[in-house]
Design a protein around this ligand. Structure first.
Ligand code: WT7
Length: 643
């Protein structure tokens, strides 16, 4: 890498070999973004070409209207790379958590047959195009096979993170009305076997799920699986006698491809709707250009399939590019803190894509641990999910990338389907704590409250202008109002509101400041204060509650909870914790819980979380004149100090 001032550029050698290395691409895309995306879309296989690239009826829009496509045909039999060329190459290398267990490698051809068998199995169970299928699986190859099998037959998958609670699963299954769920008996996590089937059984209660397909991951090693006759079916039994070819369903470009839930401001999560054509185009080319994917690459995105990063870059993106990629079942620091480093070396990973929370954790273990690693195979590093501060950026760049790898800090959202802001590795520039330039063809602006463009360096709201991106969500499942209110209200129906605060430097590089709504990013995962509060106030003895996000060294942000209870309750903290575990899952557990007698409120009764935040961090409180009950401030201060 070449350093000029505080900017880093790829070396001449890197630049020469990069797929995209000419900055003129930005100008070209800007002149006609629709044509730019259409030209890319033409490289894919379509059963029928689209009639119109982009159709806009604000706030609704369509991409590649009239086009017919199936993502699995583009991965397998009609892969534009030529299926014969990639057939017998490893698609996915699966590294199990137990060190002594053998990895599993699936070639493109093997994966193709597995996908077809399960697709036929799903059809046998009566799953049809447009039906929703829940997927509640750990990081095992069957999770990818399941997603692809749904895609093959045009069923809409709704993947639910395996560490989510039964309640979180249930809410999602109820919302999608899925009739089939694919899960596993259990999985390994930090040396323990987690009873996933038990959670799945609880989560399918009071839902429309009629059939539960169960992958045998643990062979009854920890406990016997409770079997519901007539409802449960082993994955193995469903697929073993199936034909290994299933005709791909011909999907309209705008048909629903998948639904993925993300936190909403109320207790109910939002089901982001992604469509077949646009998502496929964006997944393929953002993966290819941003990670400079070439045929000899070994790509590792550490994200779980339960998140959008898992969908686009731990599954569809690499597959569409005929790339070999790593899937790891366990935690990156188990059973040794440098397990992730071992994996990079073991498989010769060339591109490593992870989250700042993981980077900070690696950093904390110290550089001694890394002495034995040269990481010679690494060529590109990536970061995603939350702002990466300058110190973590520099550490990642130096200690893992050995000062030679472009570091792409990628900004995007569950809603956008794929990466939208980052510099391209063959062009640059890279600047610590700045995520970079919008992807070619994408128009971002930073606006102030009045809707005027912010000046260089000025904080404002990050928004996206038409034609947006092909992969942007088309709606919130069964909640059109939420779609309008969340994304198309702040600045009108033609401006997509991201809910992020940002600024631009003089080079046009964008720096993300953070969310401006009530979302907190815990270890990169999106949690809203509202959903935590509504989970906690379900406890009958809690009359009121407020949640704030406070900075955390490793996890980025972490919730802190304030509760008011009717009377003194024994083990109240334990109960709050188990309630959060039950309703959401372990990702959202708070750092501290304070029992208080009142919460700071405005005259209209709105809780002022801003004040709680300042009280917690012992910052000056500023103007308190809008408070209806200023006396609470001293009381809460005391509770915080006493604890
Ligand atoms: C929010 C979206 C993107 C897939 C994983 C998260 C924050 C995301 C960055 C980044 C600073 C980032 C934003 C965004 N975010 N990437 N590189 N730098 N902030 O998807 O859970 O939908 O969260 O994550 O606040 O709005 P998500």
């Amino acid at each position: 890498m070449i350093k000029k001032g505080n900017l880093y550029y790829p070396s001449k050698d890197f630049q020469k070999k990069a797929i995209i290395n000419n900055p003129s691409i930005y100008k070209k895309a800007e002149r006609n973004p629709v044509k730019f995306w259409e030209d890319l879309a033409k490289e894919l296989f379509w059963f029928k070409k689209w009639k119109k690239g982009f159709v806009h009826n604000p706030p609704y829009f369509e991409w590649f209207k009239g086009g017919k496509i199936n993502i699995t045909s583009n991965i397998f039999e009609n892969n534009p790379l030529g299926f014969d060329k990639i057939k017998n190459k490893a698609a996915l290398i699966w590294e199990p958590e137990p060190i002594e267990e053998r990895p599993r490698i699936l070639t493109y051809y093997e994966l193709f047959r597995e996908v077809n068998r399960l697709a036929n199995g799903l059809k046998d169970l009566g799953v049809k195009k447009g039906d929703r299928v829940g997927i509640y699986l750990p990081m095992i190859p069957e999770a990818i096979i399941s997603m692809l099998a749904c895609a093959r037959i045009g069923a809409v998958h709704a993947v639910v993170f395996s560490a989510f609670s039964p309640h979180a699963l249930q809410v999602r299954l109820q919302d999608t009305q899925a009739k089939v769920l694919i899960t596993a008996d259990g999985y390994y996590r930090r040396g323990k076997i987690i009873d996933l089937k038990k959670n799945a059984d609880r989560g399918t209660k009071n839902t429309k799920v009629k059939k539960v397909i169960v992958v045998n991951r643990t062979d009854d090693k920890a406990y016997p699986v409770k079997w519901n006759k007539g409802k449960d079916i082993w994955y193995e039994d469903l697929t073993k006698n199936q034909k290994d070819y299933c005709k791909p369903e011909i999907m309209d470009s705008e048909d629903i491809f998948f639904i993925l839930y993300t936190s909403g401001s109320t207790g109910k999560p939002k089901g982001c709707i992604h469509t077949c054509g646009g998502y496929t185009v964006q997944a393929k080319f953002t993966a290819k250009w941003i990670f400079d994917l070439k045929q000899d690459d070994i790509f590792w995105s550490t994200a779980d399939l339960g998140w959008v990063t898992g969908h686009t870059y731990s599954c569809y993106g690499p597959l569409l590019n005929g790339t070999t990629f790593i899937m790891f079942e366990g935690a990156p620091n188990w059973p040794v803190p440098d397990r992730w480093g071992q994996i990079i070396e073991k498989y010769g990973v060339t591109t490593f894509y992870t989250a700042p929370t993981a980077i900070r954790m690696f950093q904390k273990y110290g550089t001694d641990l890394l002495k034995k690693y040269k990481f010679e195979t690494l060529q590109i590093l990536g970061s995603v999910g939350e702002p990466i501060d300058e110190a973590a950026w520099k550490w990642y760049f130096k200690e893992i990338g050995k000062n030679k790898c472009p570091l792409v800090d990628t900004w995007w959202q569950t809603e956008t389907g794929g990466i939208l802001i980052t510099c391209l590795p063959g062009i640059g520039p890279f600047k610590p704590s700045f995520t970079g330039l919008p992807f070619p063809g994408i128009k971002f602006e930073i606006l102030n409250k009045k809707g005027e463009k912010c000046k260089t360096g000025e904080h404002g709201n990050l928004i996206m202008l038409p034609p947006f991106c092909p992969g942007l969500l088309r709606g919130v499942y069964k909640n059109p109002k939420k779609y309008l209110d969340t994304y198309w209200k702040e600045y009108g129906k033609e401006i997509y509101f991201t809910s992020d605060g940002a600024l631009k430097d003089k080079n046009g590089l964008i720096r993300i400041i953070g969310r401006i709504d009530d979302v907190i990013k815990v270890a990169g995962h999106r949690v809203t204060t509202g959903e935590l509060e509504s989970a906690i106030t379900k406890l009958h003895f809690i009359t009121e509650c407020a949640v704030i996000g406070i900075p955390d060294e490793i996890r980025g942000e972490i919730p802190v909870v304030f509760i008011i209870s009717k009377n003194k309750i024994k083990d109240i903290e334990k109960q709050v914790i188990s309630q959060i575990r039950k309703e959401i899952g372990p990702i959202a557990l708070p750092k501290k819980i304070y029992s208080v007698s009142d919460l700071p409120k405005t005259r209209s009764g709105k809780i002022m979380r801003r004040i709680l935040k300042k009280l917690f961090s012992k910052e000056p409180l500023g103007d308190l004149s809008t408070l209806a009950n200023p006396e609470t401030v001293e009381q809460i201060k005391k509770v915080i100090i006493d604890k």
